[in-house]
Design a protein around this ligand. Sequence first.
Ligand SMILES: O=C(O)CCC(=O)C(=O)O
Length: 255
Amino acid sequence: MDKFVTRHRKRSAVEADEWKTEETFKKYKEECEVEEEFSHPIPWQKIEAEGLDCDYSLLFDKEEADHLFNQLEEEVEYFTGDQAKLQVYGKSYSAPRKQATYGDEGLMYSFSGVHLLAKPWTPTLERIRDAVTRATGHSFNFVLINRYNDGHDHIGEHRDDEQELDPACPIASVTLGAARDFIFRHKDARTGSSKRQIEPVKLELAHGSLLLMNYPTNTYWYHSLPVRKKVKMPRINLTFRRIVKNRQKTGIKIE
Ligand SMILES: O=C(O)CCC(=O)C(=O)O
């Protein structure tokens, strides 16, 4: 098969306030999509579970991934000082990783009461974003960058389910650097007396890889990048997103 499908939306997500159920969302998506070819076919691996729909592939070969990693090390400016702190249950903590946000002009990243304006795209971020667009047919206006210095750096369980994210656009997660375990846990398998036995979904995200988290994955599943003390090398993760501009209110919640 050498034809792939590009999905373009014909109307804005803002009009879709009626998205209350999966049925209405699916119907809306079908109405909105048109098919055409695009030019960067890559083999995808489907990852599915109850309410989880992901696609995984290697987007960049080692040489290109090494180059992109080195370029990002020169270009990306990470938050420092108060902007690098997390507020969890009213207390301020240093994030166990470095973070930065880039994107289209005026887009805001809101996180634990702190509002951070996206910096303008750098040449390397544009190059990666465009490669993701060619591979998926989706366009992105924002990227959150997490840099993990080694296996002590991590991110706790959370969902990327903010209302300003366009659900018709997957969250596209690019990994450069050390391979790390990435774990999904169903929301009903976490805590409480009604806890269900649903196996977690564990992946290893490789250097140069692309993971697409499609709707409704972030409705039902939490994800995390746990501590792995044996990992000595740094890793940069870029999550490309599409933010609906006049829905911006809240940011990523880390629990
Ligand atoms: O570094 C990763 O792979 C995970 C990043 C993440 O969970 C996020 O950006 O929401």
